[in-house]
Design a protein around this ligand. Structure first.
Ligand code: NAD
Length: 291
């Protein structure tokens, strides 16, 4: 049986580790939070006393941590030199491209096979095992990671070399942040010009303005499919998480001398909205700042 060390059992990692255990993997779970560890144990994982204890002798390490600094600290302190050479290392956290590439290179130099594999899909998809994984790494890394990731997701796509998974993730979320604001703006303008929002939706959703933010995640309550807007913008993907991804995109754009004016403007608007104390709402609530 394949033994997986799973580090980071928060909102996302908790459900992911539970799905691996349910699919028959032996999961040794570790988190700094005792509460998260207890939940993982109840879901069929074995509690590890430390990250080092979890990775010792494991075939695969999966991490789902908040940001690049956490991932770098865990890999450098508790994985490199502690996991056996040849171990497959899969980081599913959303982190900056530069750190992902650095850690990938360090891992390869130490004889590990490492991939970055951030996800699309929120907590519900993590719990249901329907995440999309975008994977950066070698062909060998992708081939070895695929069956593990398939136990937690509905799609596993090889984006390219080390760091390419994180690149795909932040480019996708930069596009999403900007398209949500543009969708919200269009609804606000249509309304102010006297056009019924449902009529506008009926027209735009089959016209050239159609996009995911409109037809799958409409920011206006009562229009389109049921979305966080219909639940007072609770649940879904928080403004603070969108902000984190837009900051990562801005950082990456800077380092690549890429011009991303819409991404930069989306970052400013989400920063201002979060500063008003709205960071915990779903990101489609940005429509409130425009209205
Ligand atoms: P979270 O804060 O709920 O979970 C992170 C967990 O990591 C916590 O339980 C924390 O105790 C643990 N942790 C931190 N440092 C640790 C360490 N040194 N050792 C062991 N455990 C440690 O965050 P989350 O919502 O689960 O997000 C995890 C990652 O997934 C982030 O990078 C986030 O950007 C990304 N993501 C989140 C969502 C979402 O909807 N929540 C969607 C897509 C991607």
């Amino acid at each position: 049986m394949t033994t997986i060390a799973f580090i980071g059992l928060g909102n996302m990692g908790g459900g992911m580790a539970a799905n691996l255990a349910a699919k028959g993997f032996a999961v040794r779970a570790f988190d700094l939070s005792a509460d998260a560890l207890a939940k993982a144990e109840a879901a069929g994982c074995t509690r590890a006393a430390s990250a080092e204890a979890a990775v010792a002798g494991a075939d695969v390490v999966v991490s789902m941590l908040p940001a690049g600094a956490h991932v770098a600290a865990v890999y450098r302190d508790a994985v490199f030199g502690k996991a056996a050479p040849g171990t497959l290392l899969i980081d599913c956290s959303t982190i900056d491209v530069a750190t992902a590439k650095e850690l990938g290179a360090e891992a390869a130099a130490k004889g590990y096979v490492a991939v970055d594999a951030p996800v699309s899909g929120g907590i519900a998809a993590a719990n249901a095992g329907t995440l999309t994984f975008m994977v950066g790494g070698t062909d060998e890394g992708f081939t070895r990671a695929k069956p593990v990731l398939e136990a937690m997701g509905k799609a596993v796509i090889h984006a390219g070399d080390s760091g390419a998974g994180q690149t795909a993730k932040i480019c996708n979320n930069m596009l999403l942040g900007a398209s949500m604001i543009a969708t919200a703006e269009a609804f606000v303008l249509a309304n102010k010009l006297g056009l019924d929002p449902q009529r506008f939706y009926d027209i735009a959703s089959v016209s050239s303005g159609q996009c995911w933010s409109m037809t799958s995640y409409c920011p206006l309550p009562g229009v389109g499919p049921e979305t966080p807007a219909d639940r007072g913008y609770q649940g879904g993907f928080a403004v603070n998480l969108m902000l984190k991804d837009l900051r990562l995109a801005a950082e990456a754009a800077n380092s690549a001398y890429a011009s991303t004016p819409m991404g930069a403007r989306a970052l400013e608007l989400y920063e201002a909205f979060a500063a008003e104390g709205q960071g915990g709402l779903d990101f489609s609530a940005i429509i409130k700042a425009l209205d």
